[in-house]
Design a protein around this ligand. Sequence first.
Ligand code: MN
Length: 212
Amino acid sequence: MNEHYPFINPPLPYEYDAIEPYIDTQTMRLHHNRHLQTYIDRLNSILKDHPEYQTLSLEQLLMSTDSMPAETRTDIKNNAGGVYNHIFYFMNLQNPAPKTPPAPLLPFLESKYKSLDVFEEILTKAALSVFGSGYAWLVINAFGNPDIITTANQDTPLTMNMYPLLNVDVWEHAYYLKHYNKRADYVQDWLQVINWNRVNQNYLNYTKRYLF
Ligand code: MN
């Protein structure tokens, strides 16, 4: 991933068939090669006419949409969000995946949710509660505590003063080919392929950046 414009579609850190049988090869291919690629192409095409934004990183673009003129704000928010959310989703998948998060992430989650089972139950409910298209997230909220939230469309937690650790894409294109309309089955399968070491690394990055 380039730090700024022109953005490129980073190759997946695994093969398209690596997440079988939980997420099928064709879904992974279309999701990465078509859906994410389209967000990247659209974002680059918008930024082409805005040299003033071309040195901004993806995160900086998302954080500064409120200062942009109305006619570009929505386009950049949706497309930069689409790029950010998808890269984040793909990076946090792995197969086979660790059964449980390592420390210090596990005790951090248990401090609020008591057990991994309870955490997964609440995250699943959140993912099923998204009406239409969006994501469920594990984030660190402004008080430094773990939290589970949902976002609509391609909104991100970055603009809500929250630090993302993990997300699940519940747009239908993320599961329809294999799971049809059964989002609950997809979420159940997705829970089996979470790259907990990577999520733990996200947590460590947070502690390095914000805790002294
Ligand atoms: Mn998607």
